[in-house]
Design a protein around this ligand. Sequence first.
Ligand code: SF4
Ligand code: ZN
Length: 523
Amino acid sequence: MSRLCSAMVKGRRAGLEMAENAKPKRNRTKTAVKHGPHKCSSSSTYHSFLDAADVVLLRSQLLGWYDKEKRELPWRTTAMTETDVNIRTYAVWVSEIMLQQTQVTTVKDYYNKWMKRWPTVHDLAAATLEEVNQMWAGLGYYSRGKRLHEGAQKVVSELKGQMPQTADSLLKQLPGVGRYTAAAIGSIALGQVTGAVDGNVIRVLCRLRAIGADSTSPAVTEALWDLANTLVDPERPGDFNQAMMELGARICTPKAPLCSQCPVQTHCRSYRKVNAKQEQNSKKLLGKMGKKPLIVPDIEDCGNTETCSLCPSEPWDDELGVLNFPRKPAKKPPRQERTLSCVVIRRQEEGEDEYLLTQRPDKGLLAGLWEFPSLLLDGENSETKQKKLLCAEISRILGTRLTESLFQSVGEVVHIFTHIHQTYIVYSVCLKDGKTQTKTDNTQWLSRSALHEAAVSTGMKKILKLSDSLDSRRQQPSTDGKRKNPLDIKTTKKVKKPRLGGINGGGKQLSLNSFFTSVKEEP
Ligand code: SF4
Ligand code: ZN
């Protein structure tokens, strides 16, 4: 059985962005079905919506449910009430970028703070990247904030401060905006009649039309966009698209769909198939028991399963029910990496101690963020070798020769990115000279409180937390009332694989404050 699309976590959208242009703008119309019905490449009508009355009914059922059940979200309110189209488009753009790979509940706070600080595209363009990264810290996938910033500067410098006003131009003009995001902004902020296909919508559509082929394949992708464009309500395209996403997030969920509460259940081929299979199975059983004549009902099917590019290549699994749809190819396992990381503390006689931070390169993973000095390892190394490597690196940064004995092992921190399983091997070193300077670019000393505000990644916050735990154990008096000698403390300590959702691990992200009270360590 191929893996189901369980990875389609609520709100994860960016991975679905396609390179192709969004559908061209369509005029609003009162015609029931504006777009032609989808024709699947196998010519089966089983995966399409051919009946205009069906489409009209589905729209009204879905929108009726949405009107009653929708969550009040700040960007939805702005989209409904903001009369300035430029601000409205900017606000929806910000929300859509934040919602890529991050859950709604986490995004809300970030969004409100962001819009308070930068209420217009001009305000954002005037900010520095450092400020943007700082605001983004903890939200993950940091290149998203950077792209928003770049996009705002482009809008101000090249487009006279006017946000693009069609899905097509949003796609072409703004960095980080792909097919889905352009369609979502176009329909929600600008009322363009275009479907929008994100992870939630893929799941709903695949189940509605029993599409079981690899949901990332070009044939399925195109079929889903065609379906979305067929179904979208020409009067309320933005609401319709949000309703589809909301349905996927709350009713047609990846692992436990609430079919009995589904407003579009009567249109769902998966649901019908599950019921028909159950009926068929019970009739077969009764037939075997000789209680009733064996009349087994036909199960509605594609009729073209051998050649159909939308039908599953694997057989139906009774136990999975509607979860037979959609399907995704098996994911590649994440790459294993090990990185040495050193918490360098500059003790201050008065005031807070300070921490040495270096800035990551402008491009690539965690671009531009600040981190404790780190070195990627290319194999297993002994502790002696690790200390030697770190000692050389920190000596280089400080322009002074340190001794390896100053470096203390703190433990290990595991952080999961989407494609990397990162293990940080953490050391710390305390410098008594509170005036020690650095001799390299892109470095800074930050006090503890400044570090809390800085644009540092979640992985670094975990490292700091681990280092703090060692510090606090150093401070604890022993049973004889004396302070423990730090060198007597057993320092190798592993932090459990976090359930926090990582920088690039998706899932729930925490605010900095809650973060510092929530990481659990193994005893
Ligand atoms: Fe999803 Fe069930 Fe509704 Fe079908 S009936 S769309 S499977 S929730
Ligand atoms: Zn088929």
